[in-house]
Design a protein around this ligand. Structure first.
Ligand SMILES: Nc1nc2c(ncn2[C@@H]2O[C@H](COP(=O)(O)OP(=O)(O)OP(=O)(O)O)[C@@H](O)[C@H]2O)c(=O)[nH]1
Length: 351
């Protein structure tokens, strides 16, 4: 590994955890569309690997194999932890996890010293084999034990986020969505714009999704129901499949052609689902419940509002590019106009 493993122009997510915890599987499923069952025979990773992933921001996901010891003097751990935005620690919930918790506490102690702004995210992974009650028990147990470990090390005031995940359902995408969102400084703006869109087009829910990974980079401020998210994520796949099937015949063109992908359909329960491609490989997917107004008029209003939304998105993106190229990584949160209320300083360190 070279001396400067992290590309400073990207927000980097470090994926850590003990061997066979599921790190490579998560990367393959989320970023390479691998079928979950195909991960069964993945070889153990022996050296750090990096995935580059571009959505509204440029991201790098770096997997550190469970078998490496990062605290050996010759390892560039300090440099590594200094430059990342989030540490994602994967715990195998179907295995004995006490060693993992000790390991996590040790990493937190080190990482927070080097980089106090680091977001620490804990994936309680492989929960697919567990009952609902058991999942909750394990989560409680892990949270309690990690608290005790940190207390033993004399560490206080550290915020950790926990997610129950599995590669066999949408929980892993949902967790990564939230992790990635914390690294996007423009998030409050996006949420605000989506709230406006929901209000003016009378929508039930909307997501700004990354077309390749199905991670959502933003949604309106109403709570996310995982089934609604699943429906929207699957609609992206259905639209792409249809486009591939009818390439050239449909008015809608393929993503790679640079033209906008658009698709509208009605679900079994009468809800209208609407998809429109935005900038940087993102798609806006919205749900609209029928009311007294005829659907054609509502879709016309929707098209109009979505065009305005897209222009707003282009402006935010232009501005964010300017900030990234003209200022240092720690300067973004000082720009009040761009940081907006609610943006915390953590994300700016990743630029
Ligand atoms: N049941 C279940 N199994 C999973 C899940 N995620 C990964 N696995 C399985 O866990 C095993 C180990 O996964 P890997 O992705 O190789 O683990 P790793 O953390 O990368 O391991 P190292 O490379 O040794 O550090 C594989 O057989 C996967 O199929 C999950 O969500 N549920």
């Amino acid at each position: 590994m070279d001396n400067n493993p992290i590309d400073a122009s990207k927000a980097t997510i470090l994926l850590m955890g003990l061997r066979r915890g599921g790190k490579s599987s998560i990367c393959k499923v989320v970023f390479h569309n691998m079928q979950p069952l195909d991960t069964l025979y993945l070889e153990s990773t022996t050296s750090p690997t990096q995935e580059h992933f571009s959505t509204l921001i440029d991201l790098a996901v770096m997997e550190l194999p469970g078998q490496l010891n990062y605290f050996e003097p010759n390892y560039e751990s300090e440099q590594l932890f200094k430059s990342v935005g989030a540490l994602v620690y994967v715990i195998d919930s179907q295995d004995e996890y006490l060693n993992a918790l000790t390991n996590l506490a040790m990493i937190i102690e080190y990482a927070k010293n080097v980089n106090p702004y680091l977001n620490i995210e804990v994936l309680i992974h492989k929960v697919d084999g567990l009952t609902e009650d058991f999942k909750m028990d394990i989560q409680r147990d892990i949270m309690q034990r990690i608290g005790d470990e940190l207390l033993d090390l004399g560490i206080e005031g550290i915020q950790l986020s926990f997610y129950l995940t599995s590669i066999f359902d949408h929980s892993i995408y949902e967790a990564f969505s939230r992790i990635v969102q914390k690294l996007i400084p423009e998030l409050p703006f996006l949420e605000n714009m989506l709230d406006n869109l929901v209000q003016h087009s009378k929508l039930e829910k909307c997501f700004l999704l990354d077309i390749n990974s199905k991670i959502y980079v933003s949604t309106d401020s109403s709570p996310v129901d995982i089934q609604t998210y699943e429906v929207c994520a699957e609609f992206v796949d259905v639209t792409i499949d249809l486009q591939d099937l009818y390439k050239g015949k449909l008015q809608n063109s393929n993503t790679q052609d640079g033209a906008d992908m658009k698709s509208v359909s009605v679900l079994n329960n009468g809800v209208v689902i609407y998809l429109k491609q935005m900038i940087r490989g993102l798609a806006l997917v919205t749900l609209m419940r029928p009311d007294d107004t005829d659907i054609e008029s509502r879709l016309t209003v929707m098209d109009y509002n979505v065009d305005i939304f897209k222009k707003g998105l282009e402006k935010i993106w232009e501005k964010s590019k300017l900030i990234t190229s003209s200022t240092g990584p720690n300067d973004t949160h000082d720009d009040a106009e761009n940081a907006g209320p609610g943006t915390n300083g953590n994300t700016s360190a990743t630029y």
